[in-house]
Structure formats: structure tokens, C-alpha cells
Design a protein around this ligand. Structure first.
Ligand SMILES: Cc1cc2nc3c(=O)[nH]c(=O)nc-3n(C[C@H](O)[C@H](O)[C@H](O)COP(=O)(O)OP(=O)(O)OC[C@H]3O[C@@H](n4cnc5c(N)ncnc54)[C@H](O)[C@@H]3O)c2cc1C
Length: 395
């Protein structure tokens, strides 16, 4: 552990936000210590984006975030943008590519971004203490005192960057919420976001039977819609469209899924009825849907009737089953697989310009610990960079 006992800035959490804040504060000449209980820094960055880290999104804008106050993220996002982060990536010589929908990934591995953060923070003089559990945090004069099992440290600014509750196996804890509560800050109840849906046994059976089938879909719930892939799995529904809509879903809500996005199923079936009247329904449906899904919907609606025997009304009802499949998830896979945590430290408690808590001067909250949650596609890292940058200019 450190021989120093006082720092200008102590940052709890050596993840995306904590390390980026250390770079910014270090650049200003601040003496920075970063404390993390994990054995390695930035583990979520390392595993992110399938190992290639979707580090930002070219289209990042406030609309891509879920928050109790949709205006809160505007200031930080506009002062440190996706282009600003891209500049840092390029300055380090990291090669990257746009995959789809503005999502930027490393050409090589996410290790490039981990190095940008760790090497960058150390180059600015920040000390990074790993395997270090935080015991207690208290006020100390105008600043704060952090007690760990191996030492007691004081600082003028304390930054909470320990993220949310997603994936406890990777060391996620509610430390930021506990400390925030200790200083009187309100917490918006954390919920799992960007997470697959699960179903009761009866509803799960037909879904399970389609495990491995994927479609281009539109998933809608509570006035939001996402057009991306959806995937049937042994446990329920997954894929980008499902993960996205899960962040807008609440217990008991229905989700409506268009299983053949961009197709006119009624028009297609009607045309096929004229062209091949002896064709059975499942085969006709297989022209717009994967074969197994077509067979299941065929069986579920009008068995294996011939197209000639299906009225317009019947074709309409089949089309509605495809374009407006209404399901009610039983729940989600929860913290075990959620990519993010919705909720967190209430934005009403923080300055949108600096991330400082109004009730606790010198205390800052950044990254996923704050009630600002991005869509899938690089938005969560952009929030980590932008909020960390905002705090990094003033801590
Ligand atoms: C599988 C997966 C893939 C993802 N892929 C992407 C992607 O490609 N693009 C994207 O934008 N987002 C992605 N995300 C989301 C993104 O990883 C997070 O939003 C982002 O890492 C949040 O940054 P953070 O610094 O706030 O928190 P984190 O990166 O989670 O860092 C928090 C740090 O705090 C430490 N910590 C926690 N509790 C304690 C404690 N009690 N004491 C000490 N230290 C503690 C942790 O060990 C960790 O190092 C992904 C998430 C997951 C789970």
C-alpha cells in the first residue's frame, strides 16, 4: 500500500469511469489514488463488446440514455463527446472500425482500451491500488477519509466510480450506493438493464423449441421500439432488440414483437395463395420467416391448411401473429447477465456540470453508479468517459 496518507483525489473503482477520471485529474497536476477491490483494473472493459470493446457510438446523444431526468446527461455528453474520445483512441494509435449503427469497436482487442486507461492514468502520476477493500468512508475536515484494511487515507475530493450491480461474479457491488446513502443522497432503485427476458414454463416451451432461431425484429414496450436482431434461446428471448427493450420494461408489461421486420406478411401470403393454392401454410410462411418459426406459427394458427383454404381474414390474423406477437415476460435473467444497471444515484443530487453532490461538497459520482443508463451500442462507455471527464476537470 501507499506510504502517502493524503491525496488530492481518491477515486473508488478502477473501471472505465474511475480510470478516465484519474487521467483527467492527473493531467491537472492533482495527486490521485484509485482504489479497487478487484485483482485487475477495468475488467468490464476487457470483456466488453465480445472482447473488442464497443468503446463509443458515433450517434451518441441524450436520447440514447434512460434516466429519471433525461436532461441531466446533456452537459457532460456535449462537453466531452464521442469525437473527443475517438481522438484519444487515435492518439494512442489504436485501430478501430464501425460495426453497425455507429458502434465503434477496436480492430484488435479491448486490451487496447484497458491500456489506454491504465497506462494513461499511471502516466499522469495516478496510483492504482488493486485487491483493496474499502472499509469505511467518513468526513475529515473539508474532505474525506477512506479506511481500507491496510491503511487510512484522506483526500479533498472523493469520487465514487464503483459502477452498478450487474454481474456480481465480476465483483460488482453496491458500494457507491451505500456511500451515497451515508451522505444523505437519494438512490433510484437499481434494476437490471440490457438483459434477456425469461418466461414461465408454459410460455417458455414454444420459445425453447426455437432455441437458436434469430430474426430481424422490432421490439416495442412502453412507447419505445428497437429494430435489431432477436434470438430465441433455451432460457427465453435475447438478442440486441430484446436487450434494448428490456431497459424500458417493467414487471407485468407486455412486449410486442414484429418477427418479420420490413416484410408485408399479409400481402406475401395473399400473393402466394394466388400463385400456389396447394402450398401449405407453414411452407408459405417460410418465405418470410426462418423455417422452424414458420412451422411453429403455422401449427399454432391454422395447422397445415392449404393456402387456397385460407380467407383474407385468416391471412390477416396470421400476419398479426407475425407482426404483433404479444408476450408477457415472467422476468429477466437479472444481475447475473445484465450488461448494465438502471437507476442508481439520483441525478437530482448531483451537478450535471461537475457530478458533485450538492449535499456533500467534495463528493463526486460518475459512470454507471449514476442514474444515467445508455442503450446497447457503446453508449454506456460514452457516459463513463463524459461523466468522468466532467468530474476530472474540477476534483
Ligand atoms: C458483458 C458486458 C459487456 C459490455 N459491453 C459494453 C460495450 O461494448 N460498450 C459499452 O458502452 N458498454 C458495455 N458494457 C457496459 C459497461 O461495461 C459499463 O457501463 C461500464 O463499464 C461502466 O463503467 P464504470 O466505470 O462506471 O463501472 P465499472 O466499469 O463496472 O467499474 C467499476 C469498478 O469498481 C470496482 N468495485 C466495485 N465494487 C467495489 C468495492 N466494493 N470496492 C472496491 N472496488 C469496487 C469494480 O471492481 C470495477 O473495477 C458491458 C457490460 C457488460 C457486463
Amino acid at each position: 500500500m501507499s506510504t502517502k496518507t493524503h491525496y488530492d483525489v481518491i477515486i473508488l473503482g478502477a473501471g472505465a469511469a474511475g480510470l478516465f477520471c484519474a487521467i483527467e485529474a492527473g493531467q491537472r497536476g492533482r495527486r490521485v489514488m484509485v482504489i479497487d477491490h478487484a485483482a485487475k483494473p477495468a475488467e468490464k472493459v476487457r470483456i466488453s463488446g465480445g472482447g473488442r470493446c464497443n468503446f463509443t457510438n458515433l450517434h451518441a446523444a441524450p436520447d440514447n440514455f434512460v434516466s429519471g431526468n433525461p436532461h441531466f446527461c446533456k452537459s457532460a455528453l456535449s462537453r466531452f463527446t464521442q469525437y473527443d474520445f475517438l481522438e484519444r483512441v487515435e492518439a494512442r494509435g489504436i485501430s478501430w472500425h464501425e460495426k453497425t449503427l455507429g458502434q465503434l469497436f477496436c480492430d484488435n482487442t479491448s486490451r487496447d482500451i484497458v491500456d489506454l486507461l491504465v497506462v494513461g492514468a499511471k502516466a499522469q502520476g495516478a496510483e492504482i491500488w488493486l485487491n483493496s477493500d474499502v472499509n469505511t468512508v467518513s468526513r475529515d475536515g473539508a474532505g474525506y477519509r477512506v479506511e481500507t484494511y491496510v491503511g487510512s487515507y484522506t483526500c479533498a475530493s472523493l469520487v465514487l466510480a464503483t459502477g452498478g450491480l450487474s454481474i456480481p461474479k465480476m465483483g460488482a457491488t453496491g458500494l457507491a450506493y451505500d456511500i451515497a446513502r451515508q451522505f444523505g443522497l437519494n438512490i433510484i432503485e437499481p434494476r437490471a438493464g440490457l438483459v434477456p427476458f425469461t418466461f414461465h414454463e408454459n410460455a417458455l416451451e414454444p420459445i425453447k423449441a426455437l432455441a437458436g432461431v434469430g430474426v430481424q425484429a422490432r421490439a416495442s414496450c412502453n412507447g419505445m421500439s428497437f429494430d435489431e436482431g432477436a434470438l430465441f434461446t433455451h432460457r427465453g428471448l435475447s438478442g440486441p432488440a430484446i436487450l434494448q427493450i428490456s431497459s424500458y420494461w417493467r414487471d407485468g408489461d407486455d412486449v410486442v414483437i414484429d418477427l418479420a421486420l420490413g416484410e408485408d406478411v399479409f400481402g406475401k401470403l395473399k400473393a402466394l395463395r394466388g400463385e400456389s393454392p396447394k402450398q401449405i401454410l407453414s411452407n408459405a410462411l417460410a418465405t418470410v420467416l426462418p423455417k422452424r418459426l414458420a412451422a411453429q406459427i403455422g401449427q399454432e394458427t391454422f395447422g397445415d391448411m392449404r393456402m387456397a383454404d385460407l380467407s383474407d381474414a385468416k391471412l390477416q390474423s396470421i400476419a398479426a401473429r407475425v407482426h404483433e406477437w404479444r408476450i408477457r415476460p415472467d422476468g429477466t435473467e437479472g444481475w447475473r447477465t445484465a450488461e448494465v444497471t438502471l437507476g442508481g444515484v439520483d441525478t437530482a443530487e448531483l451537478s450535471s456540470r461537475t457530478m458533485e453532490a450538492s449535499k456533500a461538497p467534495g463528493l463526486y459520482v460518475i459512470g454507471e453508479a449514476v442514474d444515467v443508463t445508455g442503450w446497447l451500442g457503446g453508449f454506456n462507455f460514452q457516459w463513463a468517459w463524459s461523466s468522468a471527464w466532467a468530474a476530472g476537470q474540477v476534483v
